[in-house]
Design a binder for this molecule. Structure first.
Ligand SMILES: NC(=O)C1=CN([C@@H]2O[C@H](COP(=O)(O)OP(=O)(O)OC[C@H]3O[C@@H](n4cnc5c(N)ncnc54)[C@H](O)[C@@H]3O)[C@@H](O)[C@H]2O)[C@H](O)CC1
Ligand SMILES: [K+]
Length: 490
C-alpha cells in the first residue's frame, strides 16, 4: 500500500532514502526520469509530434531536463524552455543542464515562438511539490498560454500551480495526464482538482512501501497488489454456508430496482445465500429479477441473528427511525448502511452511537453532506469523514472518484479503480451489495470495504470498455466476475 506523504515531507524522504541506500539525489532524480520515460514510451512511442519541456528552477525542472535528455536519446525531437539562470536553479537541475545533449533546442523564456509548440506534446516541469505560492509573473503568463494549446499536455509529479495538500489558488496547468512519482499527492485525488490532473499515473521510483511507512502517514493509496492479499481463499470443500448468509433490507414502494441491484451484486460477488426483506408487490419483482435470492417478509426482522451480515438502505424509502433503532439493538454485528438508511441517520443523530461498532457507512457526497453539513472543499470533507469514523467507530466510505475509506483508528485509504462512466443511477446500490457480500463471507469490515470498492471500480472499468457512456449499473454487475478473473481470485 502506498503511503501518501504531505508535500513538505518529500524532500526529507528523498534525503533519507538516498542516504539509506547510498545513492545521490541526482541518481534518485534519474530514476524518476527513467520511470517517466518508460511510461511515456508505452503511449507515445513512434509519434511524430515534437516534445516541448517547460523547466522551472527546482528539482521538478531538473526532472524535466533529465527527461529531455532521455527522450532525445530515444529519437524524439525535444526542445526545452528555461526560466531561471543556471546559478538560480537547484543543484541537480544544474547537473542535468550540463548533461543536455547538443541536439536539444533551448529557449530562454520569453524568447520562444509558441507557434512552434502549437501542436507539440507539452511536458510541464515548472513546479512540483516545492511550490509555495500562487503562480505569478512569467510563470502565470506561460501557464495561461500553454493552457490554450491543442497538443497533449503532461505534468510531471503534479500540475504546476497546484499545492500538494491544499486547494489551488489562482491558475494552474491543465494537464491531460499527470505522472506522479512514487505515490499520488493528496491534492491529485480531490474533485476540485480533477480538471488540472487529467488521467493519473503513478511512476515507481523504487522507494519501498516499508520505507515510506516510517514517515507515519495516516493516508494510503490502494492498488491491485494490496487487494490480492486481502481476499479470503476458499477451498474445494467449501459449501454455500462458508460463503455467508446475508440479508438486504430495502426495496419498498417505487424503489424496488435499488435492492434488486444490490441483491444481484451480492450474488455475483460470491455470497452463498442472499435473503431480501421487501414489502408488497416488490417481492414478486425481486423474485423474477434475481431468482437465486430468498425474499422475506417482516417476520425476518426478528431473526437477524441468523445472518452473517446485513445491508440496509437501497430503496428503503422513508421509514420510522424505530426500524433502524430496533435493528441496531437486536444485533451487535457490523452492517452496511447506505442510501435511505443514511437519510434516517441524518435526521436522527441520536441513533449514531447505537450503530454497531465496525459498521460501514457508504454515503455519496450529497448523503455525506446531509449527515455532517456542508463543506467548503474536499479537504475539509475528508477531515470530517475521518472525524466521524473515529468518533462513532465506523468505516466511512465516501463515494466518488478515488473513493476514500476512513477507519475508526483514524486512517484513510484511497481507491485507485473506477472511471467517470460509473456515475450512473444504481452504481451505489451495486457497491452496497458487494460490500455486504464480502462482510458476510467473513472479511473484516476494512477488507470488505477495500475489496468492495476496488472490485466495484474494476468491474466498472471492464464494463466501460465496451459500453462507455452507455454503461448502466447492471453492466457493472455483469462485470464483477471478470474483475475476479483479472485479479486471479478464484
Ligand atoms: N521522491 C520524489 O518524489 C522525487 C521528486 N523529485 C522531484 O522534485 C520535485 C520537488 O522539487 P523542489 O526543488 O523541492 O521543488 P520545485 O521543483 O517544485 O520548485 C521549487 C522552487 O521553486 C520556487 N517556487 C515555489 N513556488 C514558486 C512560485 N509560485 N513562483 C516562483 N517560484 C516558486 C521555490 O522557492 C524553489 O526554488 C518533485 O515535485 C519531483 O518532481 C526528484 O526529482 C526526485 C525524487
Ligand atoms: K509539474
Amino acid at each position: 500500500m502506498l503511503s501518501i506523504l504531505p508535500g513538505k515531507k518529500i524532500a526529507e524522504l528523498d534525503k533519507s532514502y538516498a542516504r539509506e541506500v547510498g545513492i545521490s539525489s541526482w541518481e534518485l532524480m534519474e530514476r524518476a526520469a527513467e520511470s517517466f520515460v518508460s511510461w511515456f514510451l508505452k503511449g507515445f512511442s513512434g509519434v511524430q509530434e515534437k516534445v516541448f519541456i517547460f523547466s522551472g528552477p527546482g528539482n521538478n525542472g531538473g526532472d524535466g531536463l533529465a527527461i529531455a535528455r532521455l527522450l532525445s536519446e530515444k529519437g524524439f525531437a525535444v526542445s526545452v524552455v528555461l526560466f531561471s539562470s543556471k546559478e538560480n536553479s537547484s543543484v541537480d537541475w544544474q547537473v542535468n543542464f550540463d548533461k543536455l545533449p547538443e541536439g536539444i533546442s533551448r529557449y530562454q523564456y520569453p524568447e520562444i515562438d509558441f507557434e512552434l509548440a502549437s501542436s507539440a506534446i507539452i511536458i510541464d516541469a515548472l513546479f512540483g511539490v516545492g511550490i509555495n505560492r500562487a503562480l505569478g509573473g512569467e510563470y502565470l503568463e506561460v501557464v495561461n498560454t500553454l493552457n490554450q494549446l491543442s497538443g497533449k499536455k503532461i505534468s510531471i509529479d503534479i500540475p504546476s500551480g497546484l499545492p500538494s495538500d491544499s486547494l489551488v489558488e489562482g491558475v494552474a496547468f491543465l494537464a491531460d495526464m499527470t505522472v506522479s512519482f512514487q505515490f499520488p499527492k493528496l491534492s491529485l485525488l480531490i474533485p476540485e482538482h480533477s480538471k488540472y490532473v487529467g488521467d493519473l499515473h503513478i511512476a515507481d521510483i523504487g522507494i519501498p512501501d516499508s520505507f515510506l511507512d516510517q514517515f507515519g502517514s495516516n493516508k494510503s493509496f490502494v492498488q491491485a497488489s494490496d487487494i490480492q492479499k486481502m481476499h479470503k481463499r476458499f477451498d474445494n470443500f467449501s459449501h454455500k454456508g462458508d460463503f455467508g448468509r446475508i440479508l438486504l433490507i430495502g426495496g419498498r414502494g417505487g424503489k424496488v430496482g435499488a435492492i434488486i441491484l444490490s441483491t444481484c451484486s451480492a450474488m455475483r460477488t460470491g455470497s452463498g445465500l442472499v435473503h431480501v426483506w421487501a414489502e408488497g408487490a416488490s417481492k414478486d419483482v425481486i423474485h423474477i429479477s434475481c431468482c437465486e435470492a430468498m425474499v422475506e417478509g417482516e417476520k425476518i426482522l426478528d431473526e437477524l441473528d441468523k445472518f452473517d451480515a446485513l445491508g440496509i438502505g437501497p430503496g428503503l424509502g422513508e421509514v420510522p427511525q424505530d426500524l433502524l433503532r430496533n435493528i441496531f439493538q437486536s444485533t451487535g454485528k457490523p452492517m452496511v448502511l447506505d442510501a435511505d438508511a443514511l437519510n434516517v441517520l441524518s435526521k436522527h443523530p441520536e441513533l449514531w452511537d447505537l450503530i454497531p461498532k465496525g459498521s460501514i457507512l457508504t454515503p455519496h457526497l450529497k448523503e455525506f453532506e446531509r449527515l455532517t453539513g456542508k463543506s467548503s472543499h474536499h479537504f475539509e470533507r475528508l477531515d470530517k469523514a475521518s472525524e466521524y469514523a473515529v468518533q462513532h467507530k465506523v468505516y466511512l466510505v465516501l463515494k466518488g472518484a478515488f473513493t476514500s475509506i476512513s477507519t475508526p483508528d483514524g486512517k484513510q485509504y484511497f481507491n485507485s479503480t473506477g472511471n467517470k462512466h460509473m456515475a450512473t443511477a444504481g452504481s451505489g446500490d451495486v457497491l452496497t451489495g458487494m460490500i455486504t457480500s464480502f462482510l458476510g463471507q467473513g472479511y473484516d469490515p476494512l477488507n470488505a470495504s477495500l475489496c468492495g470498492v476496488f472490485h466495484h471500480g474494476l468491474a466498472g472499468e471492464i464494463a466501460s470498455k465496451t459500453k462507455a457512456r452507455g454503461m448502466i449499473a447492471t453492466d457493472i454487475i455483469e462485470s464483477i466476475p471478470s474483475s475476479f478473473l483479472e485479479m486471479q481470485i478464484d
